[in-house]
Design a protein around this ligand. Structure first.
Ligand SMILES: [Zn+2]
Length: 162
């Protein structure tokens, strides 16, 4: 797997490969005063070649080693390119209400901390760029990667009692 970690303060992105991404993140975090967050990752059996290609793609923005001067949005097209095998690092609280708009409709944290992504393009449960698609048979939205099936009913605004 190919991972993309970002430092929360100075927008440097590390692009590398690991079998266990969370373990690698924890190891890299040790001794680093800046918090490392998972921007996204790619599922692949060909990680040596893919990693080389991505490093080459961003080579003019290489800071040192596997660190690149990139912003979160620079990485998005790469992840999206891999479709069902491209993932954004999801937050556990994608459906946490962060406010209400003028019509009283709840606004949510969203799939991705760094930008707005619609669930049609990116599954809010597993982060896969397969997205969720409407399934006629069940009248629900389905993710072909994690198999989550939902009506998103819990996202509809609750009716006020008058
Ligand atoms: Zn999913």
């Amino acid at each position: 797997m190919i991972y993309f970690f970002i430092e929360d303060t100075n927008e440097k992105v590390k692009i590398g490969r690991a079998k266990d991404i969370e373990r690698r993140r924890k190891n890299l975090q040790t001794g680093n005063p800046r918090k490392l967050l998972l921007l996204g990752w790619i599922r692949t059996d060909d990680d040596v070649r893919i990693e080389q290609e991505i490093h080459r793609h961003f080579h003019v923005r290489r800071a040192n080693g596997e660190w690149f001067d990139l912003e979160a949005v620079d990485v998005l097209p790469i992840l999206s390119h891999f479709g069902v095998d491209g993932f954004v690092g999801t937050t556990d609280d994608a459906f946490q209400v962060i406010g209400h708009d003028r019509d009283g409709i709840a606004e949510y944290m969203g799939v991705w901390y760094w930008g707005d992504l619609e669930f049609e393009e990116c599954c809010p449960f597993c982060g896969s760029f397969c997205g969720m698609h409407y399934q006629e048979a069940s009248s629900m939205y389905h993710c072909i990667n994690c198999d989550e099936l939902t009506s998103f009913e819990f996202l509809s605004p609750r009716h006020e009692d008058n």
